[in-house]
Design a protein around this ligand. Structure first.
Ligand code: NAP
Length: 245
């Protein structure tokens, strides 16, 4: 029970095959009260209910500050505190730069980067008062290495690493840790859409010669939210089978 009675907010966790839900499931098993925030209210409620009665599913678009604030207020109203924030919501809109529209660029930055900013801004205020908390941001191996066809996504995920370091410096004196995880090539709906050729190429670049499982990521997100990681802050932990080294 690494996370007994901790209140954890996880964004983008309603997709049951995704990294967020795998994290939510492990957190619940480790004793946390889990709040799932996702775009679709029904899907959020169903995902939270599948974990048990004490969990909560809410709707918010993370790129909309007012919606984020309203959701965070609901969490406070129900549980009175927030111990863990996992900024997991993310999207891709891949294209080569010559073909990438302004809308494709802006949308990815709005959700992946501004979405994490909005959540961190509102939750930081609460954690500062508590003088404790853990924030974990989902970056990507693409944000560390770059990836052709993903200038928007890589900019957002590299930006996450910069925001993580800056906020770790802002909040460290109050006992709050802020870290990022850079997952590699993980089996989810986001990677299902890749062609067999692309998948084979990617597998060739992974020293462990397999795709990662959602559980591989969830275990690291749980560790960073636990007292075992109390002296780790401002770091980006790669969980990628060696792909990004
Ligand atoms: P996923 O299965 O597509 O799940 C993402 C979730 O975020 C979905 O439930 C989605 O809702 C939700 N979402 C999208 N836009 C949102 C918004 N504006 N506000 C709130 N929620 C929103 O993705 P995943 O593969 O689990 O990835 C999770 C995170 O890990 C992402 O940040 C991703 O960039 C990162 N990551 C993934 C991999 C990988 O291999 N899968 C590798 C590196 C990093 P809808 O389904 O309703 O759109």
């Amino acid at each position: 029970m690494l996370l007994k009675n901790k209140v954890a907010v996880i964004t983008g966790a309603a997709s049951v095959r995704g990294l967020g839900f795998a994290t939510a499931k492990l957190y619940a098993e480790q004793g946390a009260k889990v709040v799932i925030i996702d775009l679709n209210a029904e899907a959020s409620r169903a995902a939270a209910a599948s974990l048990g009665d004490e969990h909560l599913g809410l709707a918010a678009n993370v790129s909309n500050e007012l919606q984020v604030n309203a959701a965070i207020e609901q969490v406070l109203g129900k549980y009175g505190r927030i111990d863990i924030l996992v900024n997991n919501a993310g999207i891709t809109k891949d294209n080569l730069i010559m073909k990438m529209s302004e809308e494709e660029f802006d949308k990815v930055i709005e959700v992946n980067l501004k979405g994490a900013f909005n959540c961190m801004k509102h939750v930081s205020r609460i954690m500062l008062k508590q003088r404790s908390g853990h924030i974990i941001n989902m970056s990507s191996v693409s944000g560390v290495m770059g990836n052709a066809g993903q200038v928007n996504y890589c900019a957002s995920k590299a930006g996450i690493i910069g925001m993580t370091k800056s906020l770790a410096r802002e909040l460290g004196s109050r006992g709050i840790t802020v870290n990022a995880i850079a997952p590699g090539f993980i089996e989810t709906e986001m990677t299902d859409v890749l062609s067999e050729d692309v998948k084979e190429n990617l597998l060739g670049s992974i020293p462990l010669k397999r795709m990662g499982q959602t559980k591989d990521i969830a275990e690291t997100v749980a560790f960073l939210a636990s007292d075992k990681a109390a002296y780790i802050t401002g770091q980006t932990i790669s969980v990628d089978g060696g792909m990004g080294m």
